[in-house]
Design a protein around this ligand. Structure first.
Ligand SMILES: NC(=O)c1ccc[n+]([C@@H]2O[C@H](COP(=O)([O-])OP(=O)(O)OC[C@H]3O[C@@H](n4cnc5c(N)ncnc54)[C@H](OP(=O)(O)O)[C@@H]3O)[C@@H](O)[C@H]2O)c1
Length: 221
């Protein structure tokens, strides 16, 4: 869509692979561990110093956790929340300084249908994603005076490596049942990307603090 894209994750090889698929050549990759909060200020300064102010930000990094409550410990909660939730809030805090952000910027947190539905064994994941859905409401109000918009996207199952890992742990019968529970089938990454394009663009300029559910009908039942 003509944007210059900065890609952030740990695996540089995969980042380069994604970058090579983008049109245009004003993109960049940063190999960075989002669990290292102390390094965030340098990362943001580096990006803004090299590429200028930020127009949009999508936080997609996340980890799935299927752990029954009797095996959960505070350390596991902290780990899941730190990547899925606090990482988004902390990045928003730093990006939102006037020197780092364009007015009318748009931020998106990738939550999940598990942020408003429950499932056994998913306490840490569900609660980390629920915190994003309500967190964007608070952020949207706080950042509205700067005309910055903040929204969530909540996907159902999207065919990615995360889902491949998850499906390796469950029976074929369960896999069929999960597929059937998505009336329009599983989503593809392009479905999430298209929703991000909408929320980043001016076509959504009056939308803030909301949660856009993309789940092929999963949560309508
Ligand atoms: N797939 C689904 O069905 C589904 C459904 C609902 C919501 N979601 C949410 O959508 C988001 C993306 O999921 P996905 O399915 O694409 O997951 P994925 O295939 O496991 O990819 C996760 C991404 O996060 C990055 N990441 C993980 N830990 C990181 C860290 N410490 N620092 C920096 N980057 C890190 C990974 O890159 P590196 O490993 O290179 O760091 C990778 O790019 C997640 O928040 C997930 O909860 C997914």
């Amino acid at each position: 869509m003509g944007a210059n894209v900065i890609l952030i994750a740990r695996n540089k090889e995969l980042l380069n692979e994604v970058s090579d698929k983008l049109h245009g050549n004003n993109h960049a990759v940063f190999s960075f561990d989002l669990q290292e909060f102390n390094d965030y200020p340098n990362l943001v300064n580096d990006i803004v110093g090299k590429f200028g102010k930020i127009y949009g930000f999508i936080h997609s990094a996340g980890k799935e956790a299927s752990i029954p409550i009797n095996a959960l410990r505070p350390k596991i909660f902290q780990d899941v929340f730190s990547l899925n939730t606090i990482s988004f809030f902390e990045m928003v805090r730093l990006i939102s300084k006037n020197s780092n952000v364009e007015s009318s910027a748009s931020y998106i947190a990738i939550s999940s249908v598990m942020g408003f539905l429950g499932q056994p064994g998913k306490l840490s994941y569900c609660s980390s994603k629920a915190a994003l859905i309500n967190g964007v409401k608070a952020l949207s109000l706080e950042l509205a005076p700067k005309k910055i918009r903040v929204n969530c996207i909540s996907p159902g199952i999207v065919e990615t490596p995360m889902v491949k890992d998850l499906f390796e742990k469950i029976s074929p019968e369960n896999q069929i049942a999960i597929r059937k529970a998505h009336p329009l089938g599983f989503g593809q990454t392009i479905d999430v990307a298209n929703a991000c394009i909408f929320l980043l663009s001016n076509a959504s300029k009056w939308i803030t603090g909301t949660n856009l559910v993309l789940d092929g009908g999963y949560s309508s039942q």
